[in-house]
Write a protein that binds this ligand. Structure first.
Ligand SMILES: Cc1cc2nc3c(=O)[nH]c(=O)nc-3n(C[C@H](O)[C@H](O)[C@H](O)COP(=O)(O)OP(=O)(O)OC[C@H]3O[C@@H](n4cnc5c(N)ncnc54)[C@H](O)[C@@H]3O)c2cc1C
Length: 343
């Protein structure tokens, strides 16, 4: 595996025959790298009976080609089988770069496949680029507890493999005029043998909305002053049908658990609406919210950095603003401006 001129591949993920959003997000990263290298971008999918429209959408959003390995036994993700098929495809086509989402299946499949191919893998990259002169993939990710940004290279092995945080980039716009080949492959029977059988799926019954999937995220910070006050963050999140998040400071103080932390050393969110309450907007926090569609900041300090990058800012005391928002939401009315909130 020393061919350095190969294509850039991204892994498209499916569940129940429908593509997951991460499949499209990866095309943004892949397109950038493929254009820099001057090579094609190929989206690779393993599954069963994925809709033709979905595969066409991969092309419309930036892939030059789609490679779909399909068979009824591939409907569910089984690491050993998927890895076997990927390994065969990679050995046959020799891509230079292979990217997948840092999802639970991506995080399982990529290390397994990298070991089989005896190549390197960088998990959870926040940045990817191409090195001038060598064409090597620069794999950038926080290291040593987030204190430095490390740039990792795989100069001698191919493909160069990396996983990328879901939601850390927006999918490219759809261009319905884009066309490209969609190749559906039926893998050989020997590749499909497995001791593992998926017997079913059960939805997690915690009643909590997944922060990374939520359309509305309400996050609280040190401005809430103490743990008991975090209740207003959860209440507002619930009233908006969203999820509660937090700054690292709030998590470090034990006001809310680590899975709720947003930022460089926490989760990346990309909701339609992010509301930051009593959060100053440190660069490490902003790293986790920058792909949000609309950002609303509630902060007593008009110069707080979060206000500077927010689409809307309410300069005010969280303990006045949040109850007023809740009152208004529960009444079902919509105020026209912040002053209405005081009513
Ligand atoms: C390596 C490293 C990794 C990090 N990773 C992360 C990360 O993943 N996520 C993260 O969030 N941070 C991270 N941090 C920490 C980050 O630098 C900040 O310290 C942290 O985000 C600050 O949290 P905060 O905004 O809640 O607190 P502060 O910066 O103290 O801000 C509190 C804000 O509340 C406002 N306020 C006070 N009272 C009120 C009130 N009554 N009503 C409204 N507003 C009020 C204040 O004006 C202030 O702006 C990291 C730091 C390092 C060094």
């Amino acid at each position: 595996m020393t061919d350095k001129t190969g294509a850039v591949w991204t892994l498209a993920e499916q569940f129940g025959g429908r593509l997951k959003p991460v499949s499209f997000e990866l095309l943004t990263r892949g397109r950038f790298l493929a254009d820099k290298l001057g090579v094609p971008l190929v989206s690779v999918l393993i599954g069963e009976a994925v809709r033709e429209e979905d595969l066409e959408e991969l092309i419309q959003r930036g892939a030059d080609e789609v490679l779909a390995a399909e068979e009824p036994r591939l409907a569910d993700f089984v690491c050993e089988t998927y890895a076997r098929i990927l390994t065969e495809l990679i050995l046959a086509h020799k891509p230079a770069v292979f990217l997948a989402g840092a999802t639970s299946s991506g995080r399982t499949l990529m290390p397994y496949t990298a070991v089989k191919l005896r190549t390197g893998l960088t998990a959870d990259c926040t940045g990817l680029d191409i090195e001038e002169g060598t064409g090597n993939l620069l794999q950038i990710r926080p290291a040593i507890g987030g204190n430095i940004m490390a740039t990792i290279k795989t100069p001698d092995r191919r493909p160069q493999m990396a996983t990328v945080r879901p939601r850390s980039s927006r999918p490219p716009e759809k261009d319905p005029s884009r066309r490209g080949p969609i190749r559906r492959i039926i893998p050989e029977d020997r590749l499909l043998q497995s001791e593992t059988r998926v017997t079913g799926y059960r939805r997690e019954e915690t009643g909590l909305i997944n922060l990374e999937e939520a359309e509305v995220v309400v996050a609280g910070g040190r401005g809430l002053k103490k743990g008991e006050n975090f209740g207003i963050i959860r209440e507002l999140a619930e009233a908006l049908g969203g999820a509660a998040g937090a700054s690292r400071d709030a998590v470090d103080r034990g006001w809310i658990s680590y899975p709720h932390q947003i930022g460089l050393s926490g989760k990346t969110v990309s909701p339609k609406l992010y509301i930051g309450i009593g959060i100053s907007g440190a660069i490490q926090h902003l790293a986790g919210i920058k792909t949000s569609e609309v950002i609303l900041s509630v902060n007593i300090d008009p110069d707080a950095p979060l206000h500077q990058i927010a689409d809307f800012g309410i300069v005010g005391d969280a303990f006045a603003v949040v109850p007023a928002l809740l009152k208004r939401l529960r009444r079902g009315g919509g105020g026209k401006n912040a002053a209405d909130l005081g009513q």
